[in-house]
Design a protein around this ligand. Structure first.
Ligand code: FE2
Ligand code: FE2
Length: 403
């Protein structure tokens, strides 16, 4: 087994770190990549705006998730958990003990590589692991690496050293990025989920007013609350909702913002859903009490309204996007249908739903409701009473799925 170890302060983790991790996995053929946020690095003092360790750990977890390689990429808090100064040689020793027989590779940027001989116990480091240095820019090439590589090989015979250049890299240092963030800029250098995490928690001197975010900031905040694998669906729902709003004359901004936020509490635990409902006074029915996962539409609506300041229209659309109900507004219908048939959805009947959505929104809504009822029956799960009421109401008003 080949294990890459990528340590750093990740203060904050940015697109350069992400590219480095991704390239290293491919170039070295790693079976596992362990990302380790450093506690107090021996070689530098952390700058003042450095967030608490739990924030840095959370951001590194988002960086790992953003790589979409859950089997390969793991995060370890072993340096944050260890008291006292944190040395790479100790970390490698610990990983070696956990994975005897594995081939270890220590990943590092240019600056680190060029000072490696001055680290604590370089001989132990090079005995325990190979070193893979990557250039941060195209200019960090051979002429920079070669002398240090020769020096290390001479000083530590048997050292395994390899260098890779990262293709098309976003060139930004963490120092510069922190300056930009404090001025309300720099989001383009960050994976959206990390940018959103920074904004929501007001890290690095950002003072975003969460109740008045622009669209890219709102997306970032939403994505920071879910797993990366869900982002495609959320993006698809946003785009589909906007298209449907244009077709049916609904408010495009409301449709967009409802789409962006509709699943933002999808990964909350049952207890968290219940706590959010209690906090904002949303009553729960019997079914929701026993299956609180059903509650993400209601809790998502609460977060949209109370955290992000969205208006009633957006609140209601998110609130009803899972169950539907009788007598829905156009925006409510749009979000329900968009969520069901956005471009990433694939199931029998989705094409029919897509055609109907642009021809007759009520027919599309009824078809969606009927597919849900049928699916729940097949899986022998109870159908939510509001879904049944939506179905009855549409039928009473002469809606069919024909034509
Ligand atoms: Fe949902
Ligand atoms: Fe959804």
């Amino acid at each position: 087994m080949k294990i890459g170890i990528y340590g750093g302060t990740f203060n904050p983790p940015h697109l350069g770190h992400l590219a480095a991790a991704r390239t290293a996995v491919d170039a070295l053929g790693l079976d596992r990549l362990i990302i380790i946020p450093a506690a107090i690095p021996p070689h530098k003092q952390l700058p003042q705006s450095t967030p608490a360790p739990e924030h840095r750990l959370a951001m590194v977890e988002k960086m790992a998730d953003a790589l979409l390689l859950p089997e390969t990429v793991k995060v370890s808090s072993l340096e944050l958990d260890r008291p006292g100064k944190s040395y790479t040689s100790d970390t490698l020793e610990e990983i070696r003990a956990q994975h005897p027989g594995a081939e270890l590779w220590l990943l590092m940027g240019t600056d680190m590589f060029l000072t490696l001989h001055r680290w604590h116990e370089p001989e132990r480091i090079l005995e325990l692991a190979g070193v893979c240095a990557f250039g941060r820019t195209e200019q960090d090439g051979e002429e920079l690496f070669a002398p240090q590589r020769e020096h290390l090989r001479k000083a530590y015979p048997g050292a395994k050293i390899t260098t890779i250049t990262l293709p098309g890299l976003v060139d930004v240092s963490s120092t510069r990025l922190r300056e930009l963030l404090a001025r309300g800029e720099g989001g383009e250098y960050l994976p959206p989920s990390i940018y959103g995490y920074i904004l929501r928690n007001g890290l690095y001197g950002t003072r975003a007013d969460l109740k008045h975010l622009d669209v890219p900031e709102l997306r970032a905040c939403s994505y920071s609350m879910v797993m990366e694998k869900r982002v495609r669906h959320i993006r698809g729902t946003e785009e589909e909702a906007v298209r449907l709003a244009r077709r049916w004359g609904a408010d495009e901004t409301h449709a967009r913002r409802a789409g962006i936020l509709h699943d933002c509490t999808k990964y909350r635990t049952g207890a968290e859903h219940i706590a959010i409902c209690q906090r904002y006074g949303v009553p729960l029915d019997e079914l929701e009490r026993t299956a609180p996962k059903l509650l993400h539409s209601k809790t998502g609506a609460c977060i949209a309204r109370h955290v992000f300041g969205e208006p009633d229209e957006v609140y209601e659309a998110i609130f009803w996007h899972t169950t539907a109900k009788e007598n829905m507004t156009t925006l409510e219908k749009i979000l329900y249908v968009a969520d069901y048939m956005e471009p990433n959805r694939a199931f029998d009947g989705v094409e029919r739903l897509r055609q109907l959505a642009y021809r007759d929104l009520d027919k599309a809504l009824l078809l969606g409701v009927e597919i849900t009822v049928e699916e729940m029956r097949q899986r022998q799960l109870p159908v939510h009473s509001n879904t049944l009421r939506a179905q009855a109401w549409l039928r009473e008003h002469g809606v069919t799925t024909e034509g």
